[in-house]
Design a protein around this ligand. Structure first.
Ligand code: IFM
Length: 414
C-alpha cells in the first residue's frame, strides 16, 4: 500500500457562491439576471446557514478535512467597509471544522467579486491590487490557526471567464458558456479549422489577466504569511493536455497560456492546488473537442480518471517540486456508482505518482454537495445530494466509500 505522509488530508471541497445562497453583493448575483442561458444561484443549497450539518456529515463519514471559501462580497460589501459579523461567521465555520476534526483549507477568492470591485474594472482595475490586499488583511485576522490558505481559485479559469465576459459584452457571444461546462461547444482556437469543427465559443485566457492575477496572488501570499502560520498557495485547473500526432508544438504554446504561466507563478509557494477532472488532446490546430459520447460527463467532458495522475506529474515538474494538495477532483454524474469507480481509478493514479516520490499532502474531492455549477444546476458533482426545496441533505454511497478510504488510508484491497 502507498505510504502517505502523516496528516494526509482526506476531504471534500466547496466554494461560497456555489453553496451558500443569496450572495447578493457579488458580481455573479448581478450577472445571473442578465445573461441568456444562465440559471440563477438563488438560495443555492443554503450552506450559509447549514454548514454545521454539512461539516458533520463529512466528519462522520471519516473525512479529516474540508476546503471551503470565504466570500469577499459579504465581508466587504462596499469599499472599505469590513463586516465584523461576516468575519465572525467565517471564523465560526473554521471553529466548527476544527471541533469536528476537519482540517480547514480556506480559499480567499473563488471566482466571485464584490460588485463594486467588478464595477471599478475588476482584476484589471487600477486599484485592484490595493483593494485585494486590504480585503486579505481583514481576512487574515480570522486565519491565525488555519493550516492551509489558497489565495485565488483557478486563476486560469478565472482569466478565461473574464475573457469570455468581454467577448459577450463585445457581442461576440450570444449567451453564457461556462468554461467549466463544455456541453455542445468546446473551445477551438484555430480559425481555419473552425470551418470543419464546432464554432469557437470561448477564447483562450488573456495572459495579461493571468499576469495580473499572479501579482494579486503574490501580494496575498505575503500578507497571509505575515499574519498567520498557514501554508499558502493557489489552486490551478489542470487540463491534462496531451499531444496528438503533429500537436507537440501546439501543446507547448497552448499549455503555457492555459496552465504553465500559473504553475510557474506558484514556485516559492508552500503548496500548489491541483484541480483535475478530465483530459484533452491537442493537434496542430489546437484543442480537439470530444465527440458526443454516452460516457461523457454531465459537463460534456470525457470520462478520464487517469487525468489526475497526469495533472499531478505535470504540476510537480513545472513548479519544480512544490508540495501538492489535490484541492479538487471529481465527476459530474447522476450515477453515484460511476463516481465511486472514477474516484477509485483517479486515486490509483495518484498513489502511483506518490510511490514515484511526488510530495502529495492531501486529496479533497469536488464536491461535498451537489451545487451551483456556474450558471447551471444540472451537473451534479456532490458526495451529498440536496433537495433544493427543503434543503434536506442525503449522503450518497460515495461519501461513505471515500470516508472508508480515508480511515483505511488507501483503497480497498490495496
Ligand atoms: O465547480 C467548479 C469549481 O468552482 C472550480 N473547479 C471546477 C469545478 C467543477 O467544474
Amino acid at each position: 500500500m502507498t505510504r502517505l505522509r502523516p496528516g494526509f488530508l482526506w476531504g471534500a471541497a466547496t466554494a461560497p457562491h456555489q453553496i451558500e445562497g443569496n450572495n447578493v453583493s457579488s458580481d455573479w448575483w448581478a450577472r445571473e439576471g442578465l445573461m441568456p442561458g444562465m440559471e440563477r444561484s438563488g438560495d443555492a443549497v443554503d450552506s450559509y446557514h447549514r454548514y454545521p450539518e454539512d461539516m458533520r456529515l463529512l466528519a462522520e463519514a471519516g473525512l479529516n478535512s474540508y476546503r471551503f471559501g470565504i466570500e469577499w462580497a459579504r465581508i466587504e460589501p462596499v469599499p472599505g467597509h469590513v463586516s465584523r459579523a461576516e468575519l465572525a461567521h467565517y471564523r465560526r465555520m473554521i471553529d466548527t471544522a476544527l471541533q469536528l476534526g476537519l482540517t480547514p483549507v480556506v480559499t480567499l477568492n473563488h471566482f466571485t467579486l464584490p460588485r463594486w470591485f467588478a464595477e471599478e474594472g475588476g482584476w484589471l482595475g487600477e486599484q485592484a491590487l490595493d483593494r485585494f490586499a486590504s480585503y486579505v488583511e481583514a481576512a487574515a485576522t480570522i486565519l491565525g490557526d488555519v493550516p492551509w490558505v489558497a489565495t485565488l481559485n483557478e486563476p486560469n479559469m478565472l482569466a478565461m471567464m473574464i475573457t469570455a465576459m468581454r467577448a459577450f459584452r463585445a457581442g461576440q457571444m450570444a449567451g453564457w458558456q461556462s468554461p467549466t461546462v463544455e456541453g455542445e461547444a468546446a473551445p477551438r482556437e484555430d480559425a481555419a479549422a473552425e470551418e470543419t469543427r464546432r464554432p469557437p465559443v470561448l477564447p483562450p485566457p488573456d495572459p495579461e489577466i493571468g499576469r495580473r492575477l499572479a501579482e494579486a496572488h503574490a501580494v496575498a501570499r505575503e500578507i497571509v504569511r505575515q499574519h498567520t502560520d498557514a501554508g499558502v498557495g493557489w489552486t490551478v485547473a489542470n487540463g491534462a493536455y496531451h499531444a496528438l500526432p503533429g500537436g507537440e508544438q501546439k501543446l507547448e504554446e497552448l499549455r503555457y497560456v492555459r496552465e504553465d504561466l500559473y504553475l510557474e507563478a506558484a514556485r516559492g509557494d508552500d503548496f500548489i492546488g491541483v484541480q483535475s477532472y478530465s483530459s484533452q488532446g491537442v493537434d496542430a490546430d489546437g484543442l480537439v473537442p470530444h465527440p458526443p459520447h454516452p460516457d461523457n460527463t454531465l459537463v460534456g467532458t470525457a470520462y478520464r480518471p487517469d487525468a489526475l495522475e497526469t495533472a499531478v506529474r505535470h504540476t510537480w515538474e513545472v513548479t519544480g517540486g512544490v508540495p501538492v494538495i489535490v484541492t479538487e477532483n471529481g465527476i459530474a454524474t447522476a450515477d453515484d456508482e460511476r463516481r465511486i469507480a472514477y474516484t477509485g481509478e483517479a486515486l490509483r493514479g495518484l498513489f502511483t505518482a506518490i510511490d514515484d516520490g511526488i510530495d502529495v499532502r492531501g486529496y479533497l474531492h469536488w464536491s461535498a454537495l451537489d451545487n451551483y455549477e456556474w450558471g447551471h444546476w444540472e451537473p451534479t458533482f456532490g458526495l451529498i445530494a440536496v433537495d433544493r426545496e427543503t434543503f434536506e441533505r442525503k449522503p450518497k454511497p460515495s461519501l461513505g466509500w471515500l470516508g472508508d478510504v480515508a480511515r483505511r488510508g488507501g483503497l480497498p484491497g490495496a
